[in-house]
Design a protein around this ligand. Structure first.
Ligand SMILES: Cc1ncc(COP(=O)(O)O)c(C=O)c1O
Length: 384
């Protein structure tokens, strides 16, 4: 699919040069149709239409399984956010007092608090210091000891944009018998991820960033051999092998990740997520990743000429869709504000400007951002 056809699915592009997919992404027109269809059908039919939605959820589960190459669609469950997926592991892991979990010091708070919340069970959180714009695998190894049970890493760091080498981290974990959890939200949709190739034990990502879906409709993958070893939380009527036999209580949990779904699902969100997944899969995640990297390379090559220092690592394998920039003469917040006035959406994280384009963005839109930075920079420079 040519990128212009892909772009035609994004109404946001009519008004904004939108570069904040690392925060909350706009959804494609096909996902809007899915949301509208849900509204109309539920209004006209209520539960009488339930089989349609059961089939629809199964279809979207299949797409999500395709995205991560999960061995079976049953290994993917829907979660209302990334946090819930992290909690499945953090709360359910068979910890013993004195065990520890290793995280990068710069992880997004949702990948810190659930682990810090385990102190009452005697679980220690050990952090890997970052080397400015990157988290080195040797530092992760050095942070581990014989009591390390879990490593929880972001696919891509939310502030610096550093993309982890999941294969290398996974191998490190395998070699030490450590559970490998991936907070995938800042990479999934933009970069390929294959759970049959990379030794990931579990991952989670809400839909609202690189998956281009609404908030509150996320996915988690739990490797089958861990399902029985994690104490299941969030157990409800949908967790058991006979979920719709309300008259008899038969407490046998589903033998797969479906046990973690518990109760009613966000069907409109999941249905819309299905359209976003379809669009991404049809474009091809490998192609999407090349496009995202081409756009961010374009930005990084020109950023210095607009008075912006590139903070993110741009090494092959470490670069991502997130570019963190340090304006030389203006404050990041001022630049963000001026951009918005000019119809360009960027954000500020960790005191730097964060620019996160997706595959439907264009070089022309990046030029618009650079023009704002350049003009602000030269005005400030002239006044000084
Ligand atoms: C690395 C990372 N994890 C998680 C989240 C969001 O978590 P949740 O889906 O639970 O709101 C974000 C959002 O910014 C993030 O950047």
């Amino acid at each position: 699919m040519p990128w212009s056809s892909f772009r035609a699915h994004f109404p946001v592009a009519r008004r904004w040069a939108f570069f904040d997919h690392a925060a909350v992404a706009p959804i494609p027109d096909t996902a809007i149709v899915a949301l509208e269809e849900y509204g109309r059908r539920i209004a006209e039919n209520g539960l009488a239409d339930i089989l349609h939605w059961v089939d629809r959820v199964a279809y979207v589960r299949g797409l999500a399984a395709r995205l991560v190459n999960s061995p079976s669609p049953d290994d993917v469950c829907f979660v209302p956010n990334t946090t819930t997926g992290i909690g499945i592991v953090a709360e359910g892991f068979p910890w013993k007092a004195g065990d520890n979990v290793v995280l990068a010091a710069e992880e997004y708070p949702s990948n810190q608090y659930p682990w810090l919340n385990l102190a009452h069970r005697g679980v220690e959180v050990r952090t890997v210091p970052s080397r400015g714009n990157r988290v080195a695998i040797d530092d992760a190894r050095a942070a581990m000891n014989e009591r390390t049970r879990v490593l929880s890493a972001s696919f891509v760091q939310f502030a610096s944009g550093f993309r982890a080498d999941l294969d290398a981290l996974g191998e490190l974990c395998r070699s030490r018998g450590v559970f490998f959890f991936v907070d995938a939200i800042q990479g999934l949709g933009a970069f390929p991820l294959d759970v049959q190739k990379t030794p990931i034990d579990a991952l989670a990502a809400d839909g609202h960033k690189w998956l281009l879906a609404p908030e509150g409709a996320g996915i988690a993958y739990i490797r089958r051999e861990w399902v029985e070893r994690l104490h299941a939380i969030n157990i409800g009527a949908h967790s058991v092998v006979k979920p719709f036999e309300y008259a008899s209580i038969d407490f046998r949990l589903k033998p797969h990740s479906g046990r973690f779904e518990g109760g009613a699902l966000n069907i409109p969100g999941i249905s819309a997520l299905g359209e976003s997944l379809l669009l991404l899969l049809e474009a091809g995640i490998e192609n999407v990743s090349h496009r995202v990297l081409d756009l961010t390379d374009y930005l990084c090559e020109r950023a210095p000429s607009a008075g912006l220092k590139v903070f993110s690592s741009r090494e092959a394998g470490e670069k991502s869709g997130i570019v963190s920039l340090v304006p030389e003469r203006v404050s990041p917040k001022e630049l963000m504000k001026r951009c918005r006035d000019a119809g360009v959406i960027v954000n500020v994280r960790a005191g730097r400007v964060r620019v996160s384009p997706h595959a439907y963005n264009t070089e022309g839109e990046i030029d618009r951002f650079l023009d704002v930075a350049r003009s602000l920079n030269s005005k400030t420079h002239g006044a000084a």
